[in-house]
Design a protein around this ligand. Sequence first.
Ligand code: KG4
Ligand code: ZN
Length: 367
Amino acid sequence: MSIMHILAIETSCDETAVSVIRARQGNIDVLSSEISSQVALHAKWGGVVPNLAAREHVKNMPHVFQEALSKAKIKPAEIDLIAVTNGPGLIPALLVGTGTAKTIAYLWEKPLLGIHHIEGHIYANFVRECQNPNAKCQTKTADIKFPVLALVVSGGHTQLILMKKHLQYEIIGQTLDDAVGEAFDKVARILGIGYPGGPAVARCATQVKNEELKFKIKFPRPMLNKKNFDFSFSGLKTAVLYETKKNSELLKDKTYIAAVCHEFQQAAIDVLVKKTVRAAEQFKPKTIMLAGGVSANKELRTQLGEAIEKNLPSVSYKIPALEFTGDNAAMIAAAAAFRFEKMTQAQKKNLLQNWKTLPTNANLKLS
Ligand code: KG4
Ligand code: ZN
């Protein structure tokens, strides 16, 4: 891969994100990664309101865009490729990103590439952890060997994906109902401990001390013993609801809330870790990767790592840097770098027409 500069845009949910990266021989250096979060706006609704998200993207995009270019100290002429998340996600939100990307691609006469949001999350693992491209950085990408087994955990997805090589995905298991991040968010709402729910539950779970064990709360580990690699988190969330309804007078007791958070988080992690290890035993990957917003969860990061070390000592383990776990545009640019590299000259040339034709698809499939 020769040196390339890629500008990427991500607006699939409630973050307006623009990034500029430099890709060089498979190394992805982030020159800027700007994110404007709408968390405070959606907090009062307890979830993301699509039309509000779109309106905020429109409002924030020019500033985020300008900031990303200026922090990267780069001129439009030096950008080789525009990349944008074109699905899946909330359609009003996605359209702000793709509309912006198409306009820029047209005005600057650049090739334009649409990237699947989950492909972006996976490729967050290929972003170099050292942010100074001129320093001698440790290249973590060297630790990643195919086949890769990716555990994708976000607000919309929970999937085990086998990658025999770059950009090739085989979904070997996924959630049959709620995504794990969605379950964290709903449990936080049941407990009234804040929004977004994932970090709130994780924080609350750390408050647990031995005395909380007196509550003897035990939640199910859904589908743990099923032979397939699918997940289900809606029953776990309902179990939390029943538990708290049964003991509603305890909801004022912080130690009780901490015990519920802890047991819920552990139940979710037990299933994710066990199924990932079992999938690895069957599919024999060389690397296991964690991806998506829930990969920020410290306990999940640690416990999956420990399980791999114990059960699969020859398998390497890669987790994204914390700043690239949630939605960001650097991961979209990273995926675009690998996609562009694999294209023929004719395909690359066709990308110049994408400002006219790139579809935006709320239900885009990973392929
Ligand atoms: O990937 P992401 O930023 O957006 C989607 O593509 O969905 O993931 C967001 C999800 C939310 O459900 C959020 O609560 C969850 O990731 N999350 C966490 C943590 N940080 C974010 N879940 C558990 N523990 C965390 N520390
Ligand atoms: Zn995401």
